[in-house]
Write a protein that binds this ligand. Structure first.
Ligand SMILES: [Cu+2]
Length: 146
């Protein structure tokens, strides 16, 4: 009877361990609520949004993004200049210690240029995010309609 109990505990331990391992490469960084906007027919650009959380006690910086659908992904920010909504490239995004940064329409976003394929609903798009703590995180983003 006791042995069965321990066996269950061991399986639970394996499951939990597996979940934590999935959260790699950096357990300090998690990405949630990510999605990509479906590309407009005839256009070869789109944007990706997500929430990046940093549970480390130091700031971590997102430095580079790669994907199979594009060789050029930039970090952009929308801002109001002279009453006009403008976009500009920002080299990186710093996520402060124990905080999160939200990438969203009209704010920070990942700009995806020169799409190699039309991005449509039901697609799942892989992105790799490279961080300053020498880790990279692979994510799979759903596509929502523009
Ligand atoms: Cu942009």
């Amino acid at each position: 009877m006791k042995n069965i109990h321990y066996g269950k505990c061991f399986i639970l331990f394996l499951l939990l361990f597996g979940m934590v391992k999935n959260g790699d490469a950096s357990n300090d960084i998690t990405v949630a609520e990510g999605y990509i906007k479906a590309s407009i027919p005839g256009s070869d650009i789109t944007a990706a949004y997500m929430t990046i959380s940093n549970t480390a006690n130091k700031a971590i910086t997102l430095q580079k993004i790669t994907s199979t659908i594009s060789d050029r992904i930039e970090i952009h920010e929308h801002s109001m200049t002279d009453g006009m909504m403008r976009m500009r490239e920002v080299g990186e995004i710093t996520i402060d210690a124990n905080s999160e940064v939200v990438l969203q329409p009209s704010g920070l976003h990942l700009m995806i240029f020169s799409l190699k394929q039309q991005v449509t609903e039901k697609d799942v798009i892989p992105l790799t995010l490279y961080f300053s703590n020498e880790t990279k995180i692979n994510i799979q983003l759903p596509v929502y309609r523009y």
